[in-house]
Design a protein around this ligand. Sequence first.
Ligand code: ASP
Length: 470
Amino acid sequence: MWSVHKFGGTCVGSSERIQNVAQVIVQDSSEGKLVVVSAMSKVTDMMYDLINKAQSRGDSYVSAVDAVFEKHKLTAMDLLDGDDLASFLSRLHHDINNLKAMLRAIYIAGHATESFSDFIVGHGELWSAQMLSYVVRKNGLDCEWMDTREVLIVNPSGSNQVDPDFAESEKRLEEWFSRHPSKTIVATGFIASTQQNIPTTLKRDGSDFSAAIMGSLLRARQVTIWTDVDGVYSADPRKVSEAVILRTLSYQEAWEMSYFGANVLHPRTIMPVMRYDIPIMIRNVFNLSAPGTMICRPAENEDGQKLESPVRGFATIDNVALVNVEGTGMAGVPGTASAIFGAVKDVGANVIVISQASSEHSVCFAVPEKEVAAVAEALKSRFSEALNAGRLSQVAIIPNCSILAAVGQKMASTYGVSATLFNALAKANINVRAIAQGCSEYNVTAVIKREDCIRALRAVHSRFYLSKTT
Ligand code: ASP
């Protein structure tokens, strides 16, 4: 049975780190290993920057592309020798020459299309995967590298997202294996192809998603996401010093935490593995003695584990603003919510939290701060007649807010969680501007003033966690 490992950019950020990753792979005795790898840290940013420089018609893209070349050449020279080095450097030369030609075209046109950009930015993964596969082989394990653009097929799904075509990808993966029988594969994260075989990406930070898709295509035993932290914390340890590592999380909990900015995983990572009950392990590649966090079905996750707190973790999102649409003319009028959120959609803003009391007198929602001015303008124009006629009294913005979310699957069947949460906030003198809880009850969300956020996080964390184990 296959296991999938994914190493993020910091794990392969230097020649020493690539060497360390190769050791971890070689020491894993499982039979089939598919290793998904990100670009070396900062490389994807460098690639996007090349495009921006060329688009703005600055010559500096030429020296910037040389810097990308040098970084990979020096890393390869540290790691490889003989034919391996020659073959990697010849491929690198070839790619860099192609990139220069493409960037020149962007410089002339002053614009890069999405597929041009996706093709360019995916090179970081092509290079890191090849280097790592050579190093694994040098360490004695037969290994091949996989350009996942040959295998992973995705369809655009709007809003800068893509959906995997699992059936087509499975077919292509089988074909790939018929040509490459190796049992250790280093595959590129982040990149894929469209149905028309045009290179594309899974969008920023998409390598976790790549690993989850590969895990699901292979019906893998486990997907391990190797990173530079010991696991998923009950709260951001930079803000809450008593934060603890959660040994287990359910899929739903991990999902809620990742949507709420806990930086656990790419939010789309859960779905593909959940389909086949494949556990995800989060491990620290720089601290192998740390057991990490296992994300799996709740039945397994409760085994031998005392879940004393129904709230497993807290996550926050900063830099949000609330929009409050209010007026007596809203009550009982079908289509009001649709008109409000239609206007929000038209300006391309993302709604993070929605709250409406049953009097239907007001609808309040949170959007990223940088999008709020456009949202307010769109609403004022959409509802100008209702505002003039007094059916709506206001479209108000409440800036400088943060979102605090308490996450836990067991909240659903436990009394008093909200009471404890809001009591802790009240005791810390924190004013709650809006509240939301979906009926899945995995998440209770409060919108508070940004300046109160860290204090709020510490107050609720200590109320639920102080002197408790995970
Ligand atoms: N290299 C890509 C990025 O930085 C994908 C990833 O690392 O997850 O967005």
